[in-house]
Design a protein around this ligand. Structure first.
Ligand SMILES: [Zn+2]
Length: 364
């Protein structure tokens, strides 16, 4: 479990929480809140490890029996006093990829009538094995269905001795106000780009790619790793070749389906749909930065800064760029229905090609 040894960023926040715990003032429920992909869940794991550590509360020593138990269970640890609800990971491991896209936390994971211990509420009711904390971490807590949220309210109202609930979320607004008000909020910020780069290099990305994706993700390593997994740099390159006229729209569509990248879906068509959604997001990011550049934003402040600085971003008519972005967003929204991914991407590349021809005619 890597978070036992090191966690880049957020250490000050965790130190503060450990100090609060040492003074006996830790609340029974914490809401770890902040943008997606910045390491809130890893911070929750490290925080819990530091509470369970024999030398704690503080940075986990990594060598005591509780730390060894955390270390033995892979990424999620294997400590009898820690209970994890990790909906996305569980859906990925357990069943068809289709489920990953419609994943949720069902009431059974929060509370079961009759008090089965394999749920958060039942787990918190048991007495700690190590005579210390009983901790539950809910990852992506906003994915709780309404009955699950209502069940959690009861648990929050009657916390047991030495119990701690950590709710991790990037969408706190999707939680019931009554849940939010019963938790103490802990805000997490995006990481500095240099820190993000370090995390990405540690995760095995090449240095140049790490720099590009650190900026593109805006200091969110988890988001940067997703961009890498989905081959977004290659997709962006493809859009750029259409913008310069190096490649035609139809050739680009054919090329898009051949690019490397991991896409979710139980059928080839489902994976193509995912790829099309990713491609449209990439184009919106790219055009967004072109628009910012056209409006006078400094190149080094953009997410695609290396392209802006090298002159690869095209500065064209802002009105046309806005329209193009609007069209992409409409195509993206239509993907929720049963439209063909191939036809959608054809339309997208044709619009991009058309905008190039128009721009050249105007600027000639
Ligand atoms: Zn330890």
């Amino acid at each position: 479990m890597r978070v036992l040894d090191q966690l880049f960023g957020h250490e000050e926040t965790l130190e503060g929480l450990w100090r609060t715990s040492a003074r006996g003032r830790l609340p029974h429920a914490l809401l770890f809140e902040g943008p997606s992909g910045i390491g809130k869940f890893n911070a929750a794991l490290r925080f819990a490890s530091g509470l369970l550590c024999a030398t704690g509360p503080g940075a986990p020593c990594g060598t005591c029996p509780p730390c060894k138990r955390m270390r033995s269970g892979g990424r999620r640890g294997n400590h009898p006093d820690l209970y994890l609800v990790d909906p996305v990971e569980e859906a990925r491991e357990g069943s068809s990829a289709k489920k990953v896209l419609t994943v949720s936390i069902k009431i059974e994971r929060i509370a079961v009538r009759g008090g089965d211990e394999d749920c958060a509420e039942g787990f918190l009711r048991l007495v700690s094995v190590e005579d210390g904390w009983r901790i539950v971490i809910l990852r992506d807590a906003h994915l709780m269905q309404a009955p699950a949220q209502n069940a959690l309210l009861k648990t929050l109202e009657e916390p047991g001795k030495n119990t701690l609930l950590i709710l991790e979320t990037s969408q706190a607004a999707d939680l019931l106000p009554t849940i939010r008000s019963r938790c103490v909020r802990v805000n997490f910020e995006r990481l500095p780009l240099e820190t993000t780069e370090k995390v990405l290099v540690q995760e095995g990305l090449e240095f140049s790619v790490a720099g590009t994706l650190a900026a593109w993700s805006g200091g969110a390593p988890g988001e940067a790793l997703r961009l890498d997994r989905e081959g977004c740099i290659g997709i962006r390159e493809l859009f750029l070749t259409v913008q310069t006229g190096e490649r035609g729209a139809f050739g680009a569509v054919a090329e898009l389906w051949k690019l490397p990248g991991e896409f979710i879906g139980s059928t080839p068509k489902a994976r193509d749909r995912h790829r099309a959604r990713v491609a449209l997001d990439v184009l919106v990011d790219l055009l967004g930065d072109e628009l910012r550049l056209a409006e006078g934003v400094a190149p080094e402040l953009l997410a695609q800064r290396e392209l802006a600085v090298s002159g690869a971003l095209r500065v064209t008519n802002p009105v046309m760029l806005s329209r193009l972005i609007q069209s992409c967003l409409e195509l993206r929204a239509a993907m929720a229905g049963n439209v063909s991914p191939d036809a959608t991407m054809e339309r997208c590349f044709l619009l991009l090609e058309e905008s190039r021809v128009t721009t050249e005619a105007v600027f000639r």
